[in-house]
Ligand binder design. Sequence first.
Ligand SMILES: Cc1ncc(COP(=O)(O)O)c(C=O)c1O
Length: 488
Amino acid sequence: MRLLDKSSSSYLYQQVIDFIEHQQHIGALKAGDKLPSLRKLSRQFEISVPTVKQAYLELERQGRVCARPQSGYYLQAQQARTLQPRPANWSQCQPTEVKCRNMIERVHEAVHFPDTIALGISNPIQAHPPDKALARLMRAVISKVAEKAVSYGPVTGDAKLRMQLAIRYQEQGVNANPEDIVITNGAQEALSIALQCVATRGDVIAIESPCFFGMIELIEALGMKALELYTCTEDGVGLAELEQALSEHKVAACLFSSAINNPLGSMKSDQQRQAMVTLLEQHEIPLIEDDVYSELYFTEKKPKPAQLYSEKGLVMTCSSFSKTAAPGYRVGWLLPGKFEEQAKRIKRAQSCSTPMLQQWTLNEYIANGDYDRHLALLRKTLIYNCERMRALIGEHFPAEVCISKPQGGSVLWVRCQSHVNTSHFFQQALAQGVSFAPGIIFSPSGKYANYMRISFGVKWGDDIVKAIKTLGALVRDYPKNSTQQQEP
Ligand SMILES: Cc1ncc(COP(=O)(O)O)c(C=O)c1O
């Protein structure tokens, strides 16, 4: 074991920095790797924790290390250029119909292709799957419930699960009642019910741009029109843009990822979220908040739901266990605000109820404390994967490529050079065993042709490194003489 030279004229914290540099030099620490904990290094070198911390803070100041709350310090990828916020070079869009349906279908299909590294789907639990714990609980549930296992369940879902969810919201200060919550088939059904509560065919729904392609498809399937609002890579939709849109268009509702945006990974502050709710309620406009990623925050604290700030009951919260525990269980929920009656009626008409076995299992999972323990580990793994993936992309993609620095979630938003159209090499990537999500599917009007979304919610291994090298080569080899794209 190497010790520091306490008699040297060099400060101890500087010697810690030298040690980290040496580890990098010999390849023992690579970009994206987590540095040893403060405690571990202080024990190893027999120095105080504050001395190690001083070294890490200095490395952070120099931009060589980044700190992630409750997770630790990570070596920054020097080559990974961060996507900086910049004003859009498009002004307000007109409400539009969807142009990218065909590509959305291809991305979905690719998820199930055998022997394909699926970087196109956001499935964070792959990074830390809770399947064994859930299987054990489900077996125990089945043995207890006997023939109830095959019966219809209540329209609004299992009362105990609704109670668990209400308690979790109450802990955040939201005045949630178990009777108000409607359990749904995933967040997607919650979004669909919420939209149908407040809008009808032909109505205009304001959305973030870029936004999750499932929202775009849903708006289209319900015969509504999407109005894209410029969304900042750091703070989400700006109040000024929102106010302008409301003054120019008859907006029936806003559908926003209020906590963490997919694909940007951006997160509004609680104050910004509150200001947004106040503005919308002043205009009597319902806000449908998509909250599926709020448990996957990389910040110190979990973001508060927009629901907390609603005074008129115009906020409807949609979420699910899909990003945190089991997408295949299809269990989500809706907090419908003042639209409770309509929401329950639409749920009954649309799907009658949600499978009970999965709800009972998830209730047990929360009740025995395993869900929260799992979430803590999942967040840690995702933070680690995020840094490693940024480092890999920085290393293997052309130097001009910029990468988002997410505040949570499980995806990176990658901007390639303006001549690149990422949907053009989607098929080629598949042929080489990798899928990704081309940028155009995140905008109903087909913006973001030179962007791609890459998931870091993966089981890390050599195959991931190979997949990123493959994508990097496709971007690098993209013909330079292609027509210049209009950059969003
Ligand atoms: C932002 C966002 N909302 C909603 C969903 C759909 O969630 P669920 O699988 O629970 O229907 C997804 C899934 O990818 C998503 O990314």
